[in-house]
Design a protein around this ligand. Structure first.
Ligand code: CA
Length: 138
């Protein structure tokens, strides 16, 4: 059994955020949640999560812009969460280096599968990461 990774979820819809938080925690991931882009960037810098789940439709600052800033200093895997009708933003995000995307309203099983896929890529790229990643406790 390997240690589970920490996932930063940036999502302004509190119901979706809560649902994702519970589901990830149940799978024993360490979960960090942010409701705004600014909060997300702060948590990313302070906690260095293994994977970022990024909603494209955020208030104040859009997800694509946030991803651009994130990519200027980090290559951490980013999984985009897009709403219907955000095709342009989705494409821009993928071109900016997002690793995958999932469209709302997704089934939690699919989200988990996509996270596991990103984890397999991470594992192949830098297996050493596994040693220093511990799920958040308490
Ligand atoms: Ca949103």
């Amino acid at each position: 059994m390997t240690e589970k990774r920490t996932i930063l979820v940036i999502e302004d819809d509190k119901d979706i955020l809560h649902f994702i938080d519970i589901s990830l925690s149940k799978e024993r991931y360490g979960v960090l949640v942010a409701k705004t882009a600014a909060e997300g960037l702060f948590l990313f810098s302070s906690h260095r999560p293994d994977i970022v789940l990024l909603d494209l439709g955020l208030p104040n600052r859009d997800g694509v812009d946030l991803l651009r800033e994130l990519r200027s200093f980090s290559s951490a895997p980013v999984l985009i969460v897009s709403a219907r009708g955000q095709e342009k933003e989705k494409i821009a995000a993928l071109d900016l280096g997002a690793d995958d995307y999932i469209a709302k309203s997704f089934h939690m099983g699919e989200l988990m599968a996509r996270i596991r896929m990103v984890e397999r890529v991470l594992q192949k790229m830098s297996p050493i990461l596994e040693i220093r990643c511990f799920p958040a406790t308490g």
